[in-house]
Ligand binder design. Structure first.
Ligand code: PGA
Length: 256
């Protein structure tokens, strides 16, 4: 079965709402229908820019899809400073990054919290982009496979098996994020294959066939084509290279 490629820009804590409007407008000038037919293009601006970006997408009838970088797993209530899945879905957010390594490392998100977020995002009718990946030390110790397998299994625990095929999983080796170091295409392809086989073992073969697996970690216009050539890599989660619309458009149009 043919999985549609997906390239998502994770803007992290960059861009005001005004800058974000300019960024999506510029990006939209660089992409056309043929690009969107081939790739789902997602932008994940900060919370404060979601409404502005959504308005541009709607007004200009862009085929860009909107994503958020995080969410709280609760429905509502006394959670000062948090944003609920329902609030995001009302803004036409379709994708939510869950369990990014920065959230895990800097904000103490455990596998249990990540799993609760995956379920909450699905329950609100959106698609989680579940992030997994090993540290440099884990890789050197030969533990990368075990770590990633455990994160995938824990992230998907008790998720309705029929929903798993619609999920996106991003394999992002932590040592490659924002460092300019990329995993080789062969290593990245093998690890994305491991993510897929873990879904097959822990959920079902059908889910594994449908689930989209992304690579993330210093993806850029120079390395994207090699990575995308791997059969188990269905796209990318792009940080630094998504902040410049020209550069991000070149990543999206990786076959050109
Ligand atoms: P990077 O970030 O492309 O800047 O390495 C990727 C990510 O953190 O999702």
């Amino acid at each position: 079965m043919a999985r549609k490629n997906l390239i998502a820009g994770n803007w992290k804590m960059n861009a005001t709402h005004l800058e974000s409007i300019q960024m999506v407008q510029k990006l939209s000038y660089r992409l056309d229908i043929a690009d969107y037919d081939r790739v789902d293009v997602v932008v994940c601006p900060p919370f404060t820019a979601l409404r502005s970006v959504q308005t541009v997408i709607e007004a200009d009838r862009l085929s860009l899809k909107l994503g958020a970088q995080n969410v709280d797993p609760h429905e509502s209530g006394a959670f000062t400073g948090e944003i609920s899945p329902h609030m995001l879905s009302k803004l036409a957010v379709q994708f939510v990054i869950v369990g990014h390594s920065e959230r895990r490392q800097l904000f103490g998100e455990t596998d249990e919290v990540v799993n609760a977020k995956v379920k909450a995002v699905l329950a609100a009718g959106m698609t989680p982009i579940l992030c997994v990946g090993e540290t440099g030390d884990e890789r050197e110790a030969g533990d990368a496979e075990t770590r990633v397998r455990d994160q995938v299994t824990a992230g998907l625990a008790d998720v309705d098996p029929d929903s798993v095929g619609s999920i996106v999983i991003a394999y992002e080796p932590i040592w490659a994020i924002g460092t300019g170091k990329t995993a080789t295409a062969d290593d990245a392809g093998a690890m994305c294959g491991l993510v897929r086989s873990t879904v097959a073992e822990s959920v079902s073969g059908t889910a594994a066939e449908f689930v989209r697996v992304l690579y993330g970690g210093s993806m850029n216009p120079g390395n994207v084509a090699g990575l995308m050539a791997k059969k188990d890599i269905d796209g990318g989660l792009v940080g630094g290279a998504s902040l410049d619309p020209d550069t991000f458009a070149s990543v999206v149009r990786y076959w050109v």
